[in-house]
Design a protein around this ligand. Structure first.
Ligand SMILES: [Zn+2]
Ligand SMILES: [Zn+2]
Length: 242
């Protein structure tokens, strides 16, 4: 009974902001202007390789400490926004409940980010970072695939959701450090139909870049299967000690 009352209220009340739950005013959609203005988009100076933005604005793009010491298989990774505040909240909610407004908002932002760093003609194929099949069944969708579909529709670069698969479930990465994360993902991705990877310039897409261990492992597997180069684009970059 209570459930029905809640549903009814939801129907009668105006829609709420996906980040702060404030009721939206007429003409507003999805995210309120206040939350929108708080989203920080990533800008140079950045690490040339992993795309982490530097705090100091007084420097030029260069390699960050992590990229100087750890092998990266991708050629370059870029992200659109900082994984913090309303942007983080919106991504978090969207991961557990698909909202078409957010899918299209994120798709648009990802495409803007894409055009800032790449030319459509320089890439052959978009590939989403896959989810382990059990997790996919639980959640019902792969957020990286939704992003890839949005990006593909807007850039006309083809995508494939089946070439890269995640086999072995990895340990939840939340409390692991960089080294442990690397070990946690090793061997968990494999390729189907190598012939479709050979010689291709690939853009891997995911929602959040944290330590980069997952996309690095995916890149390694794709290069081993004969990819020409692998780049990475994520919606957000999680920066330590923000
Ligand atoms: Zn809001
Ligand atoms: Zn770096």
């Amino acid at each position: 009974m209570r459930f029905h009352a809640e549903r009814l209220l939801q129907f009668l009340l105006p829609p709420q902001c996906y980040c702060c739950d404030k009721f939206l005013e007429e003409g507003q959609k999805g995210i309120c202007p206040d939350c929108l203005s708080k989203i920080r988009w990533i800008e140079a100076p950045l690490c040339t390789l992993c795309g982490v933005p530097f705090l100091s604005r007084e420097t030029k793009d260069h390699f960050c400490g992590a990229c100087l010491t750890q092998k990266k298989y991708f050629t370059m990774a870029r992200a659109v926004g900082y994984y913090e505040g309303p942007f983080r909240e919106a991504i978090h909610r969207w991961k557990y409940e698909e909202k078409s407004y957010l899918t299209s908002f994120f798709g648009e932002k990802l495409t803007e980010g894409f055009h800032r760093y790449w030319q459509s003609g320089s890439l052959d194929l978009l590939i989403p970072v896959p989810l382990y099949s059990k997790r996919l069944r639980e959640r019902g969708f792969n957020q990286a695939l939704l992003l890839v579909q949005e990006l593909s529709r807007r850039t006309r670069i083809p995508y494939s959701k089946r070439l890269l698969r995640k086999g072995i479930p990895t340990i939840p990465q939340v409390n692991l450090n960089g080294k442990e994360r690397e070990r946690g993902v090793r061997g968990s991705f494999h390729i189907q139909r190598e012939e479709e990877i050979k010689g291709k310039s690939i853009l891997l897409v995911d929602d959040v870049y944290t330590t980069g261990a997952t996309v690095n492992e995916c890149s390694k597997v794709l290069l081993k299967a004969g990819a020409e180069r692998v780049d990475v684009l994520t919606l957000a970059h999680a920066i330590k000690n923000l």
